[in-house]
Ligand binder design. Structure first.
Ligand code: 5GP
Ligand code: MN
Length: 335
């Protein structure tokens, strides 16, 4: 990214839209709101628009009450996008990830800025800050503010938002993308007012009884395929419905399979009758690329060790398809 040009653009007040991918996660919400706080403090008219709803466990993050959801507030979102001089797209790198907003974003005249850490970025943005080695988009927002020479403008609200995304995208600082720089950033965020204990509690101690029991269903459905060092979980719409399912309730379930000794590849298939798809989450340890696997077989992608995808088949046919693909990966999975 030509940071000088971006700095110049931000030198005078602009109408700015900040957006992120469909089904936003902690990194998506944390990064958009951190940037929104920062840009508003710099005198811009900045709004965050998400394609759709985000999980309840993020509904305490500073500024979240200002988020415009395209799926509910379509008219307002549309007019903000039409008026925008600049559109920041965060935590995704292909407009097809914007759900129902894809069409408008494709047509609009505004200047696009992409900040993202996923693999194989598309070229829609005039300014692209893409780094697949980064722990999270939130860490990149910190570095973006750093490059603009504004680290002293990080407020407790901004620090909290950035902390959330780094924490959630690194599995609480355990994934390989967690570097010494990540920890230095985190240290500075705590210094600037991020309350780390409170943040962990808000995100991870937000279970309801029905959600915990849903996790019990997931554990019950967990299957291990030792010959492929693989574990998978299915969740039918019926099982979700009978546990009062809300968006975000299945977050992290895929990691249950990955916590078994010797398992290198874990996958969860979640039936979504409303959208007529099976939503898939994939995780791996080590060299096996779930990004490649999902790209090749399940219309998705993401990172080397964490990806998502979908299937238009039934739940049982999707699992059957998955099991029929595995033999081709036997050597890779048993290395
Ligand atoms: P999750 O399994 O937590 O939904 O997503 C894991 C990672 O894969 C995230 O970085 C997410 O952005 C990405 N991802 C999830 N679903 C999709 C998808 O359908 N397509 C692509 N390209 N990436 C996805
Ligand atoms: Mn992310």
């Amino acid at each position: 990214m030509h940071i000088k040009e971006v700095k110049e653009l931000l030198g005078s007040p602009k109408n700015i839209v900040i957006t992120t991918h469909k089904n936003p996660d902690g990194d998506a919400i944390g990064s958009t709101l951190a940037l929104q706080h920062y840009l508003r403090a710099k005198g811009h008219d900045a709004v965050t628009i998400t394609p759709n709803e985000y999980p309840d466990f993020l509904k305490w993050i500073p500024g979240q009450e200002t988020i415009i959801k395209y799926s509910c507030d379509t008219q307002i979102a549309q007019s903000k996008i039409d008026q925008a001089d600049l559109i920041f797209t965060l935590d995704f790198n292909h407009l097809s990830r914007s759900g129902d907003m894809e069409g408008i974003l494709n047509k609009v005249q505004a200047t696009f800025v992409m900040i993202d850490h996923h693999q194989q970025p598309d070229t829609y943005a005039k300014y692209t800050y893409s780094d697949t080695g980064m722990s999270s988009t939130c860490q990149m927002i910190y570095h973006f503010i750093e490059i603009l020479g504004d680290l002293d403008k990080i407020t407790p609200e901004i620090a909290t938002c950035i902390y959330v995304g780094i924490m959630t995208d690194t599995g609480s600082f355990r994934f390989r993308s967690t570097t010494s720089t990540t920890h230095l950033v985190i240290a500075d965020l705590i210094k600037q007012g991020a309350d780390n204990t409170k943040i962990h509690e808000e995100i991870y101690d937000a279970n309801t009884l029905s959600r915990l029991q849903l996790k019990g269903v997931a554990l019950n459905n967990l299957k291990v395929l030792p010959e492929y060092s693989t574990a998978y979980i299915t969740m039918s719409q019926k099982e979700l419905d009978s546990h009062n399912f809300k968006k975000g309730d299945t977050e992290g379930f895929v990691n249950l399979g990955l916590s078994i000794q010797g398992i290198k590849f874990a996958i969860i298939f979640i039936e979504n009758k409303g959208e007529g798809i099976i939503k898939i989450s994939l995780r791996s340890k080590g060299d096996f690329s779930v990004n490649e696997f999902s790209r090749n077989h399940f219309e998705g992608g993401g990172h080397h060790n964490a990806a998502g995808g979908k299937s238009n088949l039934s739940l049982s046919d999707t699992v059957e398809k998955f099991i029929s693909i595995l033999p081709a990966y036997k050597n890779l999975l048993n290395q």
